[in-house]
Design a protein around this ligand. Structure first.
Ligand code: GLN
Length: 198
């Protein structure tokens, strides 16, 4: 199994590493181009999208993520699968709206509205039904963004009150919630399943 990287500039990357380790998946922190070159999949965690965007730019890791996701894979350029949660979802969307929208990598055809559910006080927990998974999954929405448009090529895997909250396009999986803080590995399992099936 290829190594899964977790972008570790800021945010809850340790929680994702812990979930991956609980599944016995080799996982490493990614902070540089050299770290990125060693992984076949990358999780962009929740945190502060404006801060993470600055690091992605300064280290050129952002540009390399885009190159690897879009390129036709070769022996020297392996494919890269990406799972973005919350701030990570913002950073992967084609278009970001809301105050202080960061520059995103534009790897999935979505429009996403930053902090659309309100402030920290409006954060909430719920259980969601995910396509292909029998039992509902406990998740937390923490100053979450809201997906306001999905492009034609985007598959909706879960919704909450009629709003898409887990979506996929090709090598990119995006969720606006956190499952890693609820001790649940099923979304991570889904991400690994997508990689294996591709
Ligand atoms: N509101 C944060 C942002 O825009 C995202 C919140 C989160 O990742 N939990 O960066």
């Amino acid at each position: 199994m290829s190594v899964v990287g977790v972008l570790a500039f800021q945010g809850d990357f340790s929680e994702h590493i812990a979930v991956l380790h609980s599944m016995h998946v080799p996982a490493v922190e990614v902070r540089s181009l050299s770290d990125l070159s060693k992984v076949g999949a990358l999780i962009i965690p929740g945190g502060e999208s404006t801060v993470i965007a600055r690091f992605l730019d300064e280290t050129r890791v952002g540009k390399e993520i885009v190159r690897r996701v879009l390129a036709t894979p070769t022996r020297t350029l392996p494919p890269l699968f990406v799972y973005g949660t919350c701030a990570g979802a913002i950073l992967l969307a084609k278009k970001v709206t809301g105050k202080n929208a960061p520059r995103s990598l534009k790897l999935i055809d979505l429009t996403i509205d930053r902090n659309a559910y309100g402030t920290q006080l409006d954060s909430f927990e719920t259980n969601i039904r995910v396509k292909g998974i029998r039992e509902k999954i406990p998740v937390s929405f923490i100053r979450a963004p809201k997906i306001t448009r999905v492009g034609k090529g985007v598959e909706i895997l879960a919704e909450h009150q009629g709003v898409p909250v887990l979506v996929r396009q090709g090598k990119v999986l995006v969720g606006t919630f956190h499952s890693e803080v609820r001790d649940d590995a099923r979304i991570h399992q889904l991400f690994l399943k997508i990689i294996k099936a591709s």
